[in-house]
Structures are given as C-alpha cells and as structure tokens.
Design a protein around this ligand. Structure first.
Ligand SMILES: [Zn+2]
Ligand SMILES: [Zn+2]
Length: 412
C-alpha cells in the first residue's frame, strides 16, 4: 500500500494535516479529486481500511495524516509506548502520553523528534479527518491504546498490552470497537502466564533458601525491571535491590513518576560480600557475561513470558525461570478480542497465525499484518535481546558507549 504521509505537512497550530490530493490516490479520496476533503469525506461511506492502512513505515492513517508506532522516520507519529521497537527517534512530530515522551527523551535525548506533544489520557482530539484518543494499555509506564474514529467506524490500536494488574502502570481499559488491532507475542494456547506475584514468591523463597548466594535476575530495562522491583516490595522485601547500570536511568524515571521502588543502589559500587544473599537486577545479556562474575555464586533467574518454555530457560542457562510477562497470554488475548465486540481483528506481530485462526473460528474477520520491525528489542524476540541497542543519533550513541560494559538493552 502506498503511503501518503511522506508528502504531507503537519501544521500543529491548526491541528490539521493539509492533504495533497495527488498523493491520496488509492484511498477513499480518489473518487472526488476536485471536492473539498472536509465537505466530502463525511458523505462517503468510509471503510475501516480507509481510516487505517498498512505501509512499510507501519500503520498509517491517511485521512489523519499520521502513522502509529512507525518503524521509520515520518512527518507525524502517534506512539503507543516507550519500547524502542515502537518508539523510535527521528520523527517530525510526536504525539504520545507525557510518560512515553519522558521515556523517549531519556533514551534518545531531548531532540528525539522535531516536536513533541503530550496526549492526555481519555481526551479526544481531532487530527485531520479523524478523532483520536489515548487510553491505558497496562503494558508499561505511559503505555496507551490509540482509539481512532471516523465515519462511524472505531478502530483500537492496542499497541502492546496486558490484563494482569501491574503496580507500575495504569490498568488496561477496554474500549468497544469495530476493528481491534492486537499484538500476538504470546499468541499460542501453550502460553498461560501464572500470577506474577506467585513467581516473585519463588524468587524470595530461593533467596531465603540460599542466603550466601546472590540472586541475579535478568529483566528488560523498561517496564519489566521496575515491575519486578515493585512486586518484590509488595511482597514485603525491604532490603536494597541492586541494579546493573543499564537499568538505572529508567528506574529513576519511574521513581520520579511516583512509583515507589525502595532503595536501589548500583551493583558495581557494592562489595562482593555485600552481594551475598542480595537480589541483583540486570539486562538479560549481562546475566551471562563477565559482568556477572562480580557476584558471589549467583543463582541465575530470568523474568519473561518466554520462561514458560523450559527449553528456552535451559538454553539460556537460567536456573530459576520466572514467568512474568508484560504481554497478554493466550487466554487474555482471546478474552480481550471477545470483550471488545470487534467484528474484525488485525494481528500486528508475534504468533499472528494462531490468533487469526482462533478469530475465524469465532466467526470474526481477521488478518495477520506480519508487521516487520516489532519485537526486536523486547520479549517479542528473546534471541535478539542480546544485541546492543542501535542508537538513532550521535548523542545517544555516545551515551551508550560511555560504559561499554553496561549495554542499554530493554524489552517488555
Ligand atoms: Zn512493548
Ligand atoms: Zn511490541
């Protein structure tokens, strides 16, 4: 599908995207080349694919003049959440929740986009020919679904989401819709996440059982790290939780947003003896490299939905797999689709085919989008989680390389 956005100019002052008619060929507007779009579009029977289409850059709303979570630089981007496969630097204008903008600024530097505007949750705004609002997705701090409406059709782009309670972010809010666009990271019936609280209990039991050993927990830097810490605190553990340097900045950001994570000193500053019996959090890659040698006889744990697959845990050398995921499991994916009442489901990334098949057995229209570029640095692709992040500009490259021993990996 051809995308029109590259030739549009966004004008935030008027809140409208001027439309270059020639570039809209192929969309609904083609039928009336000389008509004024404002007067014309409401009269047309818009289909949902006129409102949102798939382009190489990502999902595109031609009549709104924006992309959602584009994987390449675009004029105007609406961003669901701060994971680096969804939130990339280099767009002309970005609209996202205040927390997502703060996360992007933290990772990429203040100049991550030409301009940035904070979207208030629940607040409707007109963009081009559509109405848009952001609604909590329950995935990580600031994560939002994006609801788009035009011509009586409502589409929900859920981004990444989960239904389980998470003390570090607002809960997922169900929005009835015509088209529901979902991820499918854990879109196979085998994926049933246990309660995160009970997984954290396993960790604390192990800490009690091996008081001389450090417990090294692999966690993604954005969301998982802070959620695991919050759950550990909820369970009543009040000793310091030591952090790998790559987890510090985002953890500070969560704290500054009012998430109470207790004392979280840097592991590199601690004496080896101090770390005996301690809980240490690190990005997944650091749990297996030289960095972890500073820890006394560590028990290696890993908090991820993929730990449901024992072979994966073994392959990663994980002694204590903790099945804690920031994505919906199979049951919650199916339940959410059913609860939205959507007649049509588009599946963006993950195990698309199984979920599409399930939708069809329920009499729903469904299609896999097989979108490329998502899941690269989070739970969606565990194998890739050991690759260093590719900084988008010189400034963040310098920041990443400042401490080569501590890469800045992340994920869900
Ligand atoms: Zn994510
Ligand atoms: Zn994702």
């Amino acid at each position: 599908m051809v995308c029109c956005i590259g030739r549009l100019t966004w004008s935030p002052a008027t809140g409208r995207a001027p439309q270059d008619r020639a570039t809209l060929t192929g969309s609904v507007i083609t039928a009336a080349p000389s008509a004024d779009a404002d007067a014309y579009i409401p009269a047309m029977a818009l289909t949902c694919t006129d409102i949102l289409t798939q382009t190489p850059q990502g999902l595109c709303c031609p009549i709104g003049g924006f992309h959602i979570d584009p994987v390449r630089p675009v004029e105007r981007a609406l961003i669901t959440h701060g994971h680096s496969d969804h939130a990339r630097a280099g767009h002309g204008a970005v609209l996202a929740t205040r927390e997502t903008l703060a996360i992007m600024a933290e990772r990429y530097g203040e100049g991550f986009a030409g301009s940035a505007e904070a979207a208030r949750l629940g607040e409707e705004r007109r963009i081009g020919e559509v109405t848009v609002r952001f609604v909590p997705a329950g995935h990580v701090l600031g994560s939002a679904q994006i609801v788009i409406e035009a011509g009586g059709c409502r589409i929900v782009v859920s981004g990444d989401y989960k239904r389980e309670a998470d003390p570090t972010c607002l809960p997922f809010e169900l929005v009835p819709c015509d088209v529901f666009i979902t991820e499918a990271t854990f879109g196979l019936p085998v994926f049933r996440h246990p309660e995160a609280r009970s997984e954290v209990q396993k960790l604390l039991e192990s800490v009690a059982l091996f008081p001389e050993r450090a417990h090294l927990v692999g966690v993604y830097a954005l969301g998982k790290a802070q959620r695991v810490m919050a759950l550990i605190r909820e369970a009543g553990y009040d000793r310091p939780i030591y952090l790998h340097g790559a987890l510090e900045r985002l953890t500070e950001l969560y704290k500054s947003e009012g998430v109470d994570l207790g004392e979280t000193p840097k592991a590199t500053g601690a004496r080896k003896s101090e770390l005996g019996g301690a809980i240490v959090l690190a990005p997944p890659s650091a749990t297996q490299d030289l960095w972890s040698r500073r820890l006394p006889d560590p028990v290696t744990a890993f908090a991820s939905g993929w730990m449901r697959v024992r072979a994966r845990a073994r392959q990663k050398g994980v002694e204590l797999p903790l099945v804690i995921s920031d994505h919906a499991d199979w049951e919650d994916l199916c339940r959410t689709i059913a609860e939205t009442g959507a007649g049509e489901v588009w599946v963006t990334h993950g195990q698309e085919d199984a979920l599409v098949h399930w939708c069809r057995t329920q009499g729903l229209e469904a299609r896999p989008l097989h979108m490329l570029g998502y899941g690269d640095e989070e739970e969606g692709d565990l194998g890739a989680s050991s690759r260093p992040e590719h900084p988008p500009d010189a400034e963040s490259r310098d920041r990443v390389e400042a401490d080569p021993a501590e890469d800045s990996l992340e994920g869900a």
